[in-house]
Design a protein around this ligand. Structure first.
Ligand code: FAD
Length: 411
C-alpha cells in the first residue's frame, strides 16, 4: 500500500467554497492542500460567471436576515477587483402595496442604513434607475464571476499544494488522523483536519464516516438572451440588476447596437441533469417579463444566445451547512450553499478558519458570529441530541441520526 502524503489541513473541493476557505487559511499563515476531482478550480456549479449578491431583505427567518447581512459585508470586503457593483433593485411584490414608512422601519430593524437599502416609489425608481416600479434599491448589490474569483484565490502560493483530477471516494479515521482514499481505493492523503467543500458529494463522503446529511440537488438554468437593436424590448432593458421572482443583470449593449441580457434561473428540485432545456429558457422569458413588469412584451424577441446550467446543493432547511462536525473531530463542512454561493463562501471562509485555528469566542463575536448564528449553520443542527445551548465552536451533538426539517418553499 502506498504511504499517503501527510498535510495538516486538507480541503476537498475547489469550487468557490473550498477556494475561499483555502485562501483565508493561507492568509492566516497556514499551509493548505486542496484536492479536486476536476483538473482545475471551479469546474462545477462555481463555473457560474454571473452570480449576484445582496443582503436578504424579504420576510425570511430573522437568523437568515442577520446572516445574509453579515455575509454580504464579508463578501464585499473580500472580492476586490472581481466585485462588480452595479446595484440591485428589488421590486415590490405584485400583491403588496408600497408603504415607504413600513419598509423604512423594516430596513432599520435589519440594521440596513440608507447606504445599503432604500425604498423608492415607481417615479423615483424610473428617474434613478430607469425601472418604473416601486421597491427597494440596494446600491451596493453586485455580481461576481465565481469562476474568476475561485481561480484568483488559488493562484500559485508557496504554502499551497493542489491535487487536480483526484476524486476522493471515502474518509477513514486512523491513529488520530484522517485518511483520504482515491477512486482506486488507495489512501493517498492523510490529514489532521479535513474541510469538506464538495457540494452534493459531501453526502457520500460523510456517509463513509457514518454521518447522514440531508442534502438535495436543485438544477438551475440561466439564460443569456440576445435582443435586436430596434426591438421594443431594447427600450425596457435595465441598467441595474433586478432581484425578485428570479433575477437579471444590467443589460449590456454590444458594438452592433444589439443587447446581451442575463436572466435566471429555473429551480428544478431534486434534479441533477446538466443538459440545457428549452423549457427552462421559456421559464426565464416569463421571469424576464415579470422582473421588468413588461407582460405585453413579445417574449420570442428574447433569443437564446447561450445558457449556464448548474446543480445547486441545498439542505432541508435552506441554510448552508458550515462548521465543525463535532461528532467527527477534525472534520469541517462547508456545503449546501444553495443559491447564495457568493455570500456563504465569504462567510464560510471566516467561520471555518476561526474553527480550524480554534480562535477564541471574542474573535468570533467580533466577526459578528453570535452563538445562535453559529448554531444555525452548524452541521449538528440536523442531529438528534444537539444541545440547546451551543458552544462557541458549534453546537454539540450526541449521535448521528438526522432530523429532516420541514421544507419551506424555495425562493
Ligand atoms: C442557475 C444558478 C444560478 C445561481 N445564481 C447564483 C447567484 O446569483 N448568486 C449566488 O451567490 N449563487 C448563485 N448560485 C449558486 C452558486 O453557483 C453555488 O452556491 C456555488 O457555486 C457552490 O459552490 P461550491 O464550492 O459549494 O460547489 P461547487 O462549485 O459544485 O464545487 C464543488 C467542488 O468539489 C469537487 N468535488 C466534488 N466531489 C469531490 C470528491 N469526491 N473529490 C474531490 N473533489 C470533489 C468538484 O469537482 C467541485 O469542483 C447559482 C447556481 C445556479 C445553478
Amino acid at each position: 500500500m502506498p504511504i499517503p502524503q501527510h498535510h495538516e489541513i486538507v480541503v476537498i473541493g475547489a469550487g468557490i467554497a473550498g477556494a475561499t476557505i483555502a485562501n483565508e487559511l493561507l492568509a492566516r499563515g497556514q499551509s493548505v492542500c486542496i484536492v479536486d476531482a476536476a483538473n482545475s478550480p471551479a469546474s462545477a456549479c462555481s463555473s457560474h460567471a454571473y452570480a449576484i449578491a445582496h443582503p436578504h431583505i424579504g420576510r425570511g427567518s430573522p437568523r437568515l436576515l442577520r446572516l445574509t447581512r453579515i455575509a454580504f459585508l464579508m463578501a464585499e470586503a473580500r472580492w476586490g477587483k472581481q466585485w462588480n457593483q452595479h446595484g440591485i433593485f428589488q421590486p415590490t411584490k405584485k400583491d403588496k402595496a408600497f408603504d415607504r414608512e413600513e419598509l423604512q422601519k423594516h430596513l432599520q430593524a435589519l440594521d440596513l442604513d440608507n447606504d445599503m437599502a432604500r425604498p423608492l416609489d415607481a417615479g423615483e425608481a424610473r428617474i434613478l434607475l430607469g425601472v418604473e416600479q416601486s421597491g427597494v434599491w440596494l446600491p451596493r448589490g453586485a455580481s461576481l464571476s465565481l469562476a474568476k474569483a475561485a481561480n484568483d484565490l488559488l493562484q500559485k502560493h508557496k504554502r499551497l499544494t493542489c491535487f487536480w483530477s483526484v476524486h476522493i471516494s471515502r474518509l477513514e479515521a486512523c491513529n488520530g488522523r484522517w485518511l483520504l482514499f482515491d477512486g482506486a481505493g488507495q489512501p493517498i492523503i492523510s490529514a489532521q483536519k479535513v474541510i469538506v467543500a464538495a457540494a452534493m458529494e459531501a453526502k457520500t463522503l460523510m456517509a463513509s464516516v457514518d454521518i447522514r446529511l440531508p442534502l438535495k440537488p436543485v438544477r438551475g438554468q440561466l439564460s443569456i438572451f440576445s435582443i435586436a437593436k430596434n426591438d421594443p424590448w431594447a427600450a425596457q432593458l435595465p441598467r441595474v440588476g433586478i432581484s425578485g421572482d428570479g433575477y437579471c443583470l444590467p443589460a449590456e449593449e454590444l458594438a452592433d447596437g444589439s443587447h446581451r441580457w442575463i436572466v435566471g434561473s429555473s429551480f428544478d428540485e431534486g434534479e441533477d441533469d446538466l443538459e440545457a432545456r428549452e423549457s427552462s429558457d421559456m421559464f426565464n422569458r416569463e421571469q424576464a417579463q415579470g422582473l421588468l413588469d413588461y407582460r405585453e412584451g413579445d417574449s420570442t424577441s428574447l433569443k437564446v444566445a447561450d445558457c449556464f446550467v448548474g446543480i445547486r446543493c441545498v439542505a432541508g432547511d435552506r441554510l448552508p451547512i458550515i462548521g465543525a462536525l463535532t461528532q467527527r473531530p477534525g472534520i469541517f463542512l462547508a456545503t449546501a450553499l444553495g443559491s447564495r454561493g457568493v455570500l456563504w463562501s465569504a462567510l464560510a471562509a471566516k467561520l471555518i478558519t476561526a474553527q480550524v485555528l480554534e480562535d477564541d469566542f471574542a474573535l468570533l463575536a467580533r466577526l459578528g458570529f453570535a452563538a445562535d448564528l453559529v448554531a444555525a449553520l452548524a452541521p449538528a443542527r440536523f442531529f438528534a441530541g444537539a444541545l440547546a445551548a451551543p458552544s462557541a465552536l458549534g453546537a454539540l451533538a450526541s449521535n448521528s441520526k438526522p432530523i429532516f426539517p420541514s421544507d419551506p418553499k424555495a425562493k
